[in-house]
Design a protein around this ligand. Structure first.
Ligand SMILES: *[C@@H]1O[C@H](CO)[C@@H](O)[C@H](O)[C@H]1NC(C)=O
Ligand SMILES: *[C@@H]1O[C@H](CO)[C@@H](O)[C@H](O)[C@H]1NC(C)=O
Ligand SMILES: *[C@@H]1O[C@H](CO)[C@@H](O)[C@H](O)[C@H]1NC(C)=O
Length: 355
């Protein structure tokens, strides 16, 4: 008797359990993914293993290295790489001087067969705006690039809305050889026209609207004792770091424990605070305190900068965007709408890459 009934009991128990499970975890039913404002423990464990491996990657002294220095271009994206064709032109014939790494949100269907970007996608996780997931993604990119090639000497973080403002050779020369590029460094030591000291190009500001609100976004005392308000900084999330500073970032556990905490309310943007705060605490003199990525905040709407469309693209705009008070020129700019690509391609050889 019992044996005959048991399959029914089994099915009933199964049905009830599934029903209860769905009740308890309604997300299973939902077609929408919840926005991750926090990193899951599983992702955190994966990341930690990667960061620990990368911490052993070793620092290299740029100037004394006999091998050819490379620039690691780190693309952080949650859509297609809109300007892949323009970047393709930028990178052409410079194979031995750069590496590319792309962190693409795995929940978005991204075209992956774009020339120089082909095969350059790193294992990635879901990202969301104004959340610590963007810090994690940037740290993954830095860690992969550190591990991948010891010749990676500078690490430039960019997004799918960034464009180059100069040729590859101009960018390379500005970072590695041009002794006059960094206008803020009066004590630049050079030997035979080659720079001896290298700094990270990262914006670090100690004054800004809402800085206090952003500091206490996780709770009035949440950042203590690791980060006092006096130590809290803000800056652009797009930077160019030296290898030494890329290592500082992947080695950090202390500040990350605080910056990964979820925020309450609207004033958050952890990715604009973590890197400037960490580097200003660890090595303020090793940083320029300004960015090489031009962005236009005039008339910004809900934290988004001005997006340049096709009607605005012109040789004059490129010249204007290059002008910097801190360096010989800005090297990159954002944001550009995907529709701007054709016009940018038209002026690429004659204007953008002509130097
Ligand atoms: C992703 O995009 C490609 C090309 O547009 C398309 O063929 C494919 O079906 C898409 N896949 C998904 C899962 O949406
Ligand atoms: C910045 O954006 C505003 C519109 O929000 C525009 O009027 C202005 O010309 C832009 N500035 C530059 C330097 O492109
Ligand atoms: C450079 O400094 C001048 C004077 O302070 C300012 O008006 C201008 O906007 C600055 N240019 C840039 C690109 O920041």
């Amino acid at each position: 008797m019992n044996r005959c009934r048991s399959p029914y009991v089994g099915i009933t128990v199964l049905t009830v359990s599934v029903f209860l499970l769905l009740l308890i975890f309604p997300a299973v039913l939902s077609p929408f993914r919840p926005i991750p404002t926090q990193i899951s423990d599983a992702d955190e464990i994966d990341d930690l293993a990667l960061l620990i491996r990368a911490s052993d990657a070793g620092s290299s002294h740029l100037s004394t290295s006999s091998r050819k220095n490379k620039i690691a271009f780190l693309f952080l994206t949650n859509s297609d790489l809109h300007f892949a064709l323009l970047w393709q032109k930028f990178f052409r014939n410079r194979r031995s001087l750069f590496n590319i790494y792309v962190h693409a949100d795995p929940t978005v269907n991204i075209t992956r067969s774009d020339g120089v970007f082909d095969g350059r996608f790193i294992p990635s996780k879901v990202t969301a705006r104004a959340s610590p997931t963007l810090i994690s993604a940037a740290r993954r990119l830095l860690a992969r690039a550190l591990l991948d090639d010891p010749a990676n000497a500078y690490f430039a973080l960019l997004s799918q809305y960034c464009i180059p403002l100069h040729s590859f050779d101009y960018v390379y020369g500005s970072l590695f050889t041009n002794p006059k590029f960094d206008l803020s460094d009066a004590s630049q030591s050079t030997s035979h026209g080659v720079r001896l000291s290298y700094r990270s190009y990262i914006e670090i500001l100690d004054k800004s609207k809402n800085l206090w609100k952003r500091y206490k976004a996780r709770g009035r005392y949440a950042m203590l004792p690791e980060v006092t308000f006096d130590q809290f900084r803000v800056g652009s999330q797009f930077f160019v770091l030296t290898r030494q500073h890329a290592l500082t970032v992947v080695k950090d556990r202390r500040l990350w424990r605080k910056f990964r905490l979820p925020c309450y309310g609207e004033h958050c943007y952890p990715e604009e605070h973590y890197f400037p705060t960490l580097l200003s605490m660890e090595d303020p003199n090793g940083c320029t305190h300004y960015t090489l990525t031009r962005v236009n905040w005039t008339g910004s709407i809900s934290g988004h900068p001005h997006t340049y469309g096709p009607a605005e693209v012109s040789p004059e705009l490129i010249q204007e965007l290059r002008l910097s008070n801190n360096s010989g020129s800005y090297l990159f700019a954002r944001k550009f709408s995907p529709e701007s690509l054709n016009l940018l391609m038209k002026i690429a050889d004659k204007v953008i890459f002509r130097d």
